[in-house]
Design a protein around this ligand. Structure first.
Ligand SMILES: [Zn+2]
Length: 498
């Protein structure tokens, strides 16, 4: 599902000017080294052809060498992230940004550059700061390939509860750059770091526990066969209490003759008690996004269930028919389904042009944007939509319209308001319509460094597959890196698939 969302760095305002230099971050150069040359050197390691037998020992050497390179690159990224933080803060200060707001959005920019979600970008930023300022020996171990980025992250995580001074001392004690962790697995590394941290500051153990409780949450992720994992991270006492309550209730029902298994009863009880409704679904609106052909004509085009992802056509029809659980005794059959026409068949598109004079998005338009965007529109951010945002703000004359609306998560909505961040729809740039039957909504986000990242709404059920493009020449790829040409190309692509 994640792969559906088209996102790309389409250009940089950084003064590089050399479209041929290749790498997405074409403005970035080390002393005497061009990123493109490094990438080309690595790409040249590709074995020529399967039938030309290569030397096995050499292949193993290459695997190890590339692993060392990845670690060294991760260390360089940490140093660069810290330098970027400092540069952004001083630029903010020069621009008169209040002191407490300086450096905000640094994590979000690191995330976009590293093709990660904003949440992960913030963690990577924290990792970089810890490595550079408090754990120099761990950083050195990363640089020399003795630790990879994940294992360095483990050391940073396990010492997160310590003061900077204690963390530095633990780093010194572990001396990861002297080969301490040669041959150690993740668990051994965690154990060593934890033991050193506990010795250094026994009180941090309890502080750590209270910090961990702050991380409690509930999350949902897809499982195969239209199932889902609902997961709760809880303090141990509460977790045990919930499990015991479900077990006890299930045992009582079974003693009373209920034929469901204990696991089924516990799951059903969880749903009933949480939603407050037997059967658990009535009264909670579940949106299904599907084509009219899927709904009425038995078409196989899959549907999309917001908050879950793609579901099979037949399953969607059965859910709407309200007899999804017919085979399951004890389930409530009275599932109320609403059928709401969000948009009409391509070619008519009634609702597509709906605008509002109101400053807030009316419910119908919000529902449409929710269905169109599915999750937060920031590239690489999969978080649920919490805000319906004017891409061009209402104060600046941005209309309350489908084209000028975007679904954002809470964090991204705040980031967007920071100094130096702007967003535009394609309509604003070229005057072309952004939403018409068969096209996908496009939004460009510009960060304070002048880099522009494109977010294309995921394809709705029934969107024709774009024609498979033949492998593009290097020349062609270079052309695409020029923002104006990229826009022109993207527009042509849409005309083809419309
Ligand atoms: Zn987001």
């Amino acid at each position: 599902m994640a792969g559906n969302r088209g996102t790309q760095l389409i250009g940089s305002g950084a003064p590089s000017g050399d479209a041929g230099s290749g790498a997405a971050m074409s403005g970035v150069r080390g002393p005497g080294v061009r990123m493109r040359d490094l990438i080309d050197a690595v790409s040249s390691l590709r074995p020529t052809a399967a039938f030309e037998l290569a030397d096995p020992a050499e292949l193993i050497d290459q695997l190890r060498g590339l692993e060392d390179l990845k670690s060294a690159a991760a260390a360089a990224q940490a140093r660069i992230a810290v330098a970027f933080d400092a540069a952004q803060r001083s630029a903010d200060a020069a621009a008169g940004v209040p002191a407490e707001e300086q450096g905000r959005g640094v994590g979000a920019q690191i995330a976009l550059a590293r093709r990660e979600s904003p949440a992960r970008g913030s963690r990577l930023h924290g990792l970089a700061k810890a490595l550079v300022s408090e754990m120099p020996r761990t950083l050195a171990a990363l640089e020399t390939g003795q630790l990879n980025e994940w294992r360095a992250t483990l050391l940073v995580k396990e010492t997160a509860c310590l003061s900077a001074e204690d963390r530095c001392a633990v780093d010194e004690e572990l001396a990861a750059d002297t080969g301490t962790f040669d041959g150690s697995g993740d668990k051994a590394i965690i154990a060593a770091a934890r033991a050193a941290a506990y010795r250094r500051d026994p009180r941090s153990v309890t502080q750590r526990a209270s910090h961990a409780a702050a991380e409690r949450h509930v999350s949902l992720r897809p499982a195969p066969d239209t199932m889902a994992y609902l997961t709760a991270l809880l303090p141990v006492a509460q977790g045990v209490a919930v499990h015991a309550a479900l077990t006890r209730h299930a045992d009582t029902l079974r003693a009373g003759g209920d034929t469901r298994t204990r696991g089924q009863l516990m799951a059903d009880t969880l749903v009933e008690r949480t939603t407050g409704t037997p059967g658990g679904i009535t009264g909670v609106e579940i949106q299904l996004v599907m084509t009219d052909r899927t709904l009425f004509q038995g078409d196989a085009e899959p549907a999309r269930l917001p908050g879950y992802g793609i579901v099979p056509a037949g399953w969607a029809r059965t859910l709407l028919a309200g007899n999804q659980n017919q085979a399951e005794p004890g389930q409530d059959q009275d599932l109320k389904a609403w059928l709401r026409r969000l948009f009409t068949a391509p070619g008519t598109g009634d609702l597509v042009g709906v605008d509002s004079r109101a400053r807030l998005f009316p419910a119908g338009l919000r529902r449409f944007i929710q269905a169109r965007d599915d999750t937060c529109r920031t590239p690489y951010c999969d978080a649920p939509i919490r805000h319906f945002d004017h891409i061009i703000s209402w104060h600046d004359g941005g209309p309350t319209s489908l084209a000028n609306g975007a679904g954002l998560c809470e964090a991204c909505n705040h980031t967007k308001e920071l100094t130096g961040w702007t967003a535009q729809t394609r309509a604003a740039r070229t005057g072309a319509p952004t939403t018409s039957p068969g096209t996908r909504h496009v939004l460009d986000i510009r960060t304070p460094t002048g880099h522009t990242y494109r977010s294309t709404a995921p394809p709705l059920p029934g969107t024709p597959e774009p024609e498979i493009q033949p492998a593009r020449s290097r020349h062609h790829r270079r052309r695409l890196r020029h923002p104006a040409k990229a826009l022109k190309y993207a527009h042509l692509t849409e005309l083809q698939i419309a």
